[in-house]
Design a protein around this ligand. Structure first.
Ligand code: GTP
Ligand code: MG
Length: 584
């Protein structure tokens, strides 16, 4: 195995921009993969080898998770959010704001109205802007005089003829509707390119990530009334590289800079410490802090609506909608393991470009077929699905991803990280990670993913990305995925047998369709310009999830499927797990 190791050293510099790099890389990879067709499978592998070289070069300038957090937060602190009227002059707007200082970046987006995110070069500009803004006088109501960094742009007089209002160019931060996505995918030339294209269409844009950091920073201004040194950090899919436009904003109230610390030595031999209230446990302190902050968000937070305090959950949280950004927000505290999980996922996503493509594809496929849902329930979560993809990639031969234990073994002493007794150490110097030379195409990997989980012994075995191996299930949950850091926990404990069966059935069906090959044939464009759904687009069609879809395809094509896939489908029928039953 050692002989097959290829040195794909990953060096990091603290420069450049994460999402821009993703996008540059994506378009570079797209250009290369876009030249291949499904008939040129051998060449796809060769192309992937070429892409691997490109990727390893680009990785050299990708940033660490820590650097992204620091930079995003620092930019957000220099930024403001402004609600704008439907029509106004961009030129006058910028001129007006420039009175407060240099603007280093700005963009407009639409979310039930036009909003502008404006980033100044210097934080002093914000103080100047606040100084010159006023609390509005509202009729028949009273205003909470809280001076936040969310403003409204008002016109104070008639405009000159020369600068009559124009309409600004607004970004849309919503994901592409599924029918438009399938049309887009159908126009691609190869299935590899389709997976790339799906990720390009769905991934968070650089500006959307900026907005997420800004919302955290606005929230921090509220929490800072009690805890001036606190930080509110985004985690989860907003920053782990797997976020889809429109995904929720998971936030973590970080009070670590305030708490703890050893007494400082002094010449006098004396020291002072704060008198504090004590709670019964860490959990109860977290609950009371979140309760108070939640109340402030509810009562004083401009644009924050529908605040719910969900304090008795395993991980207490405050949930609300932030109307100006359109984000559904979850604010947690004392949730350091989840931050570390986000870092781990980010790291895995950085190691090989195929990881993110496959995760985006599997998440989208699962969503359109109702395997996942935005409502909590007995279904598989996006987080669990992501871990399933990582596990599958660890099980390839040669492995595409290292195990978590390997990442831990490569860690330096300074990487040591223990959270609540759990060893969460992972290497931070990515140049130490040596990847094996696996050049499988995305098409092949997707097909193998469906076969892998269509035949996985879920009844007996659990998934363990720490070891990169399946293991006997320690308890009788339908789906057991070991929590990467809190190893005695199952991240998919909520999943029931019916939901797992639906997932397995869909994997088998999708594997069968790809095995048949018919869906891999790209038709030619119709007079309307659209191309009939094929490849990944065909796998995303709602009819695919229904029994009728499979029957229809069987009638059309009677070529023998491989014995393996046929037996999979037979076993599916005989154990009563037909799709119609599962859907009901
Ligand atoms: P989407 O919000 O669905 O796009 O994905 P997400 O990854 O953000 O998932 P979610 O909002 O449900 O959770 C946010 C983060 O919390 C995840 O990325 C994980 O880091 C962590 N997390 C979620 N569920 C679990 C779990 O069951 N166990 C552990 N350890 N962490 C979890
Ligand atoms: Mg999330």
């Amino acid at each position: 195995m050692a002989a097959s190791l290829v040195s794909c050293g990953l060096h990091m510099r603290r420069s450049g921009r994460l999402v821009k790099l993703f996008q540059n890389l994506d378009s570079h990879v797209s250009r290369r993969l876009g030249t291949t067709t499904s008939a040129e499978k051998v060449d796809v592998d060769k192309t992937h080898q070429a892409v691997c070289v490109v990727i390893s070069d680009v990785r050299n300038i990708r940033k660490s998770y820590f650097a992204i957090q620091e930079e995003g937060q620092e930019q957000a602190e220099r930024s403001v959010l402004i609600s704008c009227p439907p029509k106004f002059s961009e030129e006058r707007f910028l001129k007006h704001l420039s009175k407060h200082g240099d603007i280093s970046n700005y963009f407009f987006y639409y979310s039930y109205g036009i909003y502008a995110v404006v980033e100044f070069s210097n934080r002093d500009s914000i103080a100047s802007m606040k100084e010159s803004s006023r609390i509005p006088i509202v009729q028949h109501e009273a205003a909470v005089p809280f001076k936040s960094r969310l403003f409204s742009l008002k016109s104070t007089g008639a405009l000159n003829q020369s600068d009559s209002p124009n309409t600004v160019k607004c970004q849309q931060h919503a994901p592409l509707p599924i029918n438009q996505l399938t049309q887009r995918l159908s126009k691609e030339e190869s299935m590899d390119r389709q997976l790339q294209s799906l990720m390009e269409a769905y991934q968070l844009t650089e500006d959307n990530v900026r907005l997420r950091f800004l919302v955290c920073s606005l929230l921090r201004d509220i929490a800072a009334a009690y805890f001036p040194e606190c930080t509110i950090r985004p985690f989860g899919s907003s920053v782990n590289g797997f976020g889809k436009l429109g995904c929720d904003l998971d936030m973590f109230l970080d009070l670590d800079a305030i708490s703890g610390g050893k007494p400082k030595k002094s010449d006098s031999g004396l020291s002072l410490e704060y008198q504090v209230k004590r709670g019964a446990s860490e959990r109860s302190v977290t609950q009371s802090i979140l309760s108070v902050i939640g109340e402030c968000v509810d009562q004083f937070g401009p644009g924050c609506v529908g605040v719910q305090k969900i304090l008795n959950a395993r991980c207490p949280l405050v949930r609300f909608s932030h109307q100006p950004s359109g984000f559904q927000c979850d604010l947690t505290a004392n949730n350091r393991v989840a931050m570390k999980s986000s870092e781990l996922l980010y790291l895995y996503g950085q190691l090989d470009e195929r990881v993110r493509c496959l995760v985006f594809t599997v998440r989208c496929w699962a969503r359109v077929h109702g395997i996942t849902s935005s409502i909590p329930g007995a279904w598989i979560s996006n987080f669990s699905l992501t871990v399933m993809v990582l596990f599958f990639l660890q099980r390839r031969s040669p492995a595409i991803l290292p195990t978590l234990d390997q990442l831990k073994d490569l860690a330096a002493a300074s990487d040591k990280c223990v959270i609540e007794g759990n060893d969460c150490t992972i290497v931070s110097d990515l140049s130490k990670i040596k990847l094996q030379n696996n050049t499988e195409s995305l098409e092949k990997l997707l097909q193998e993913f469906f076969e892998f989980y269509g035949t996985f012994a879920f009844n007996k075995m659990s998934l363990n990305i720490r070891k990169g191996k399946e293991q006997n299930k320690p308890e009788s949950a339908a789906l057991y995925i070991q929590n990467p850091f809190e190893t005695s926990l199952n991240v998919s404990k909520n999943v029931n047998a019916t939901q797992l069966e639906r997932f397995v059935a869909l994997c088998r069906e999708s594997a069968w369709m790809l095995q048949q090959g018919e869906v891999l044939k790209r038709g030619s464009a119709q007079s309307s310009g659209s191309v009939p759904p094929w490849g990944l687009a065909a796998l995303l069609l709602p009819s695919v999830a229904e029994g009728a879809g499979v029957k229809g395809r069987r009638k059309r094509k009677r070529e023998p499927a491989s014995e393996r896939i046929k037996s999979l489908l037979d076993s599916l029928k005989s154990n009563g797990g037909g799709k119609k039953n599962q859907r009901s």
